[in-house]
Design a protein around this ligand. Structure first.
Ligand code: EPZ
Length: 430
């Protein structure tokens, strides 16, 4: 089984180009089938999640032309099926965005109940509430969510919780509904705004994305567009924290600094230097990190997808820190793995109490989910000695060329698939 093999202890120094935002790409790829004309999407990350969603779109008759790793053309005119089941949805949660897209375009959709990273129960009640408010009947049978409507009519929908997925799914279902839809208590993440901008470039009429009230006036059809996806806020944040944990100096390029404000603020708080320019942010960590408290919140708060990464950094800081996870109920599974590397962390409910230690020591560990896996790579890069990480398929869902980008910064990490290859890595690196 493929593992990451890491020799830790080297400060990471240099520049890294950040790719397109996975969570914007997944929504935009799903929405691209809502027109019968051709859509071209650029700056798409070449990761497992986007590639699986493209397979799902092809499986129902969408015409997918891969122009290059990061550019794809999609035409939804030949779609012959509105049923998404089987592996696609189990492999990636975001296949359920096809529910909103197909319902919005064809007034019918059937999608297998989603899987996704096991970071919590991942309910979809708000998605269903939104679809029903627009006039769809929604039922769950044989493991499928079945949604259909004679017609979709705009409505005033109040989200009981701030949910990225439901905001995105209901937005797609509403763009061709009759009349005005208002989504209150909407998610404000950059990828929600990116989807709204994408749909508006196709002729939709969406206002207020990025605020907690989104107004969508239904249009009769959507048309072709060419669109470039925003940079990935979480990939950028992960590399920014790689500088913090390895006492390095990393410049993340091709980013939108405003999207990184809460991450930069926390890095400053724990003693890093942060320099922002138009489309880059430089993080320098020359001093021992200091402790702090952090609570994950919907955007513009500190992102839940950065919670494991900051915890790894706080585990190496002086003093005691507190990390509170307010979005998901099971997002500390990496703590047991980090403890094997010498971390001193106590989890009580949705709070982790972290007593900083002087160093991590390399160990054999397992990635429990996508972002925790990436955070454990950071721990391995900071640790003394060798670390191996199993289940790297989780990490490959959301990080393109992760080992290569890290090695370009001075890391020593590679994918090994046998004990022999691991021994060779250890001998070569020494
Ligand atoms: C999206 O998941 C992201 N995934 C997640 O990133 C991210 O952690 C999350 O948003 C929060 O930012 C994608 O975009 C593909 P939510 P999603 O609906 O949409 C509750 C990654 O690492 N909720 O905003 O599933 C839910 O239980 C992944 O890239 C309901 O109660 O998250 C959670 O507590 C991991 N009912 C909270 O809302 C619902 O109907 C936020 O969930 C929906 C959600």
């Amino acid at each position: 089984m493929e593992q990451y093999a890491i020799k830790g202890g080297s400060p990471l120094v240099g520049e890294v180009e950040i790719g397109g935002a996975k969570n914007a790409a997944l929504a935009i790829l799903a929405a691209s089938i809502m027109t019968d004309e051709t859509v071209m999407i650029e700056n798409m990350p070449d990761v497992r999640d986007t590639n699986v969603l493209l397979q799902a779109i092809s499986s129902i008759g969408g015409i997918v032309e891969r122009v290059d790793r990061h550019t794809v053309k999609i035409n939804g005119s030949q779609i012959h099926d509105v049923v998404i089941e089987g592996d696609y949805i189990k492999k990636i949660r975001a296949s359920y965005y096809l529910l909103g897209a197909l319902l919005g375009k064809y007034k019918k959709a059937e999608v297998a109940l989603p899987g996704g990273c096991n970071i919590g129960s991942r309910p979809i009640d708000q998605h269903i509430k939104g679809f029903k408010a627009l006039g769809a009947s929604v039922k769950i049978a044989h493991g499928l969510i079945i949604a259909e409507a004679e017609a979709l009519r705009g409505n005033h929908i109040y989200m009981d919780v701030v949910t990225v997925g439901a905001t995105i799914n209901v937005m797609m279902a509403a763009v061709m509904a009759e009349g005005l839809t208002i989504i209150e208590n909407a998610a404000k993440e950059p990828h929600v705004v990116d989807l709204a901008n994408f749909l508006n470039s196709m002729g939709a009429n969406i206002k207020g994305a990025g605020t907690d009230v989104i107004r969508i006036r239904g249009v009769s059809k959507l048309h072709r567009t060419e669109y470039t996806i925003i940079p990935d806020q979480i990939e950028a944040g992960t590399f920014m924290f790689a500088a913090a944990v390895t006492k390095g100096d990393i410049t993340v390029k091709n980013v939108i600094p405003k999207h990184l404000e809460s991450i930069s603020a926390k890095l400053l708080e724990i003693g890093c230097e942060v320099e922002e320019s138009d489309d880059a942010v430089r993080v320098v960590a020359s001093r021992k990190l200091t402790h702090t408290h952090v609570k994950t919140l919907p955007y513009p708060g500190f992102p839940t997808d950065m919670q494991p990464q900051i915890a790894v950094a706080l585990g190496l800081s002086g003093g005691t820190s507190i990390v509170t996870e307010s979005i998901f109920e099971n997002r500390f599974k990496y703590v047991d793995e980090l403890t094997r590397m010498g971390a001193s962390i106590k989890v009580e409910g949705n709070t982790a109490i972290i007593d900083g230690v002087d160093k991590y020591t390399g160990a054999g560990i397992t990635a429990p989910d996508l972002r925790a896996g990436a955070a454990l790579v950071l721990a391995g890069l900071a640790a003394e000695g060798f670390t191996t990480i199993d289940e790297i398929r989780y990490i490959e869902r959301g990080y393109e060329d992760f080992p290569q980008k890290l090695n370009n910064l001075g890391a020593q990490i590679e994918i090994v698939d046998t004990d022999k290859a691991l021994q060779k890595f250890k001998l070569r690196i020494g």
